[in-house]
Design a protein around this ligand. Structure first.
Ligand code: FEO
Length: 171
């Protein structure tokens, strides 16, 4: 079993993207914590850990395939946000970019008839559907509940409950 150098590069780029996502969510969690959004802070600390597990999945896969993962440096993420809603909108944007990158890798794997990588990526394809839905649903809450202080407090409570919910066993 071998993967092409093109596939290897794409997977290593994805390691970097997942590491950046993990850092980005860590910055969001920290901002939420100091701003007083305790529920949202917990939610994004959990999300940051999740992204690290995504990164590790790819690191292990590359190494198992004898392709050797490269561990990237990451750029400093944004540390300031206009609002909780803006922050969640940014999270959705990040996930949409990740989805695009995953789909691109699937296309490479299929073109190269790399069945191992194609099957490996299936989990990520499904995960991205969940990730985007999760943030879209959260954004809907601002329309449904409101944007005043009480509404945001309610949304923060929802985030606290979501953060405490048991993890998807596949994640
Ligand atoms: Fe690992 Fe949220 O994408």
């Amino acid at each position: 079993m071998k993967i092409s150098s093109k596939m290897k590069k794409a997977l290593n780029d994805q390691v970097a993207l997942e590491a950046s996502a993990s850092n980005g969510y860590l910055a969001m969690a920290s901002w939420c914590e100091v701003t007083g959004y305790r529920g949202a802070a917990n939610y994004f600390y959990v999300q940051s850990d999740e992204e690290r597990t995504h990164m590790l999945k790819i690191v292990h896969y590359l190494n198992d395939m004898g392709a050797t993962a490269s561990i990237p440096a990451t750029k400093s993420p944004t540390n300031t946000y206009k609002s909780l809603e803006g922050l969640i909108r940014l999270a959705l944007k990040n996930e949409q970019a990740v989805t695009k990158a995953i789909h691109k890798m699937v296309e490479i794997a299929q073109k190269e008839k790399d069945h191992s990588t194609n099957v490996f990526l299936e989990w990520f394809v499904n995960e991205q559907v969940q990730e985007e839905t999760k943030f879209e649903t959260l954004l809907q809450k601002f329309d449904l509940i409101g944007r005043d202080k009480l509404a945001i407090n309610e949304i923060d409570k929802i985030l606290a409950t979501d953060a405490a919910a048991p993890e998807d066993p596949g994640a």
